[in-house]
Design a binder for this molecule. Structure first.
Ligand code: 13P
Ligand code: SF4
Length: 308
């Protein structure tokens, strides 16, 4: 199957993009593995005719919006995202009507309909920079993740109106799990995704107490960069456990512990080798955003790609 996938990929001039949470086999066969921002950047610059997106639906949709001339396919259309589902285009339109003139900053984990109502898209790696670049007199609507919003608000010192959405995997990673891990691995660095339920409280601790300097809040790719370059030998990782495969590959002599081994995104795990094979063979399932919607959603995504 691996050989066939590689052969079809060449034949069709296809590229396989995989998120850091995908199962190990998918990560290993992909041409590029990365975080939401890295995957969007790859989709924007690839010369391939066919993009096989091994991730969740909003990521494939983003690729289709920025590369409308390419065919984008996802091996399973049911690979969704609870966070992206936590706000609809209608809900955002209502929220905007209550705050006329406000700047809308949306996390990339949103549907095309929501992006079309957005001024700036952000990922966890550039959310802070984008918020800091908005003139101080502007009111900001930040959505949909409340933990990322609280984190950005705490670090930037900027008052945000925050939508109360959350990812069902990350919101469960709270203080208790984190404190447990701290007892078991006292010499480890702590890597926390800003979508986590504990991210804002950890952030407050790390700025308030000198002895908490080993706490780092990163996007998934930021975590990978950190484990490769940091002097620490052990890491407690507070995010979806699929990332541990990539960490072990990139830093084979170091040790990695999940903050919670049950942090598994069932949507990411829907992409299997069998489905990838079928997807490439039959060129299914196409993700195509209607051009009028794509046109409105493109500008905030382009801004996200420019501010890194
Ligand atoms: P990253 O952009 O950090 O990879 O996060 C994507 C995501 O879905 C986190 O749950
Ligand atoms: Fe969405 Fe959460 Fe899965 Fe990331 S881990 S894709 S935010 S449901």
């Amino acid at each position: 199957m691996i050989e066939e996938i590689k052969r079809m990929k060449e034949e069709k001039n296809a590229v396989i993009l995989a998120h850091n949470y995908e199962i190990p086999e998918i990560q290993d066969i992909a041409d590029f593995v990365g975080d939401s921002l890295g995957l969007a950047q790859q989709a924007a610059k690839t010369n391939a005719d066919l993009i096989v997106f091994c991730g969740v639906h909003f990521m494939a949709e983003t690729a289709s919006i920025i590369s409308p001339q390419k065919k984008v396919i996802i091996p399973d259309l049911d690979a969704g995202c609870s966070l992206a589902e936590s706000i609809t285009g209608d809900q955002l339109r209502e929220w905007k009507a209550e705050h006329p003139g406000a700047v809308v900053v949306s996390y990339v984990n949103t549907t095309a309909d929501v992006k079309a109502e957005t001024d700036y898209c952000v990922t966890s790696s550039n959310a802070l920079k984008v918020v800091q670049s908005i003139p101080a007199d502007k009111e900001i609507l930040f959505l949909p993740d409340r933990f990322l919003g609280q984190y950005v608000q705490a670090v930037s010192g900027r008052k945000l109106n925050i939508w109360q959405g959350a990812c069902h995997v990350h919101e469960k990673i709270g203080d208790i799990t984190f404190d447990d891990a701290r007892e078991k691995h006292p010499n480890a660095d702590y890597l926390i995704h800003p979508e986590c339920g504990c991210s804002s409280s950890c952030m407050l601790k790390s700025t308030m107490y000198d002895n908490c300097k080993d706490i780092h809040i990163f996007s998934t790719e930021g975590m990978i960069n950190h484990v490769k370059t940091a002097p620490a030998e052990e890491f407690v990782v507070a995010t979806e456990t699929g990332i541990l495969h990539r960490m072990k590959k990139e830093a084979p002599n170091k040790k990695f512990y999940p903050a919670d081994e049950n942090s598994v995104c069932e949507y990411m795990k829907m992409i299997t080798m069998e489905k990838l094979y079928k997807s490439l063979k039959e060129e299914v399932y196409e993700v195509k955003v209607p051009e009028d919607l794509a046109e409105r959603a493109r500008l905030p995504i382009q801004r996200m790609l420019e501010i890194v």
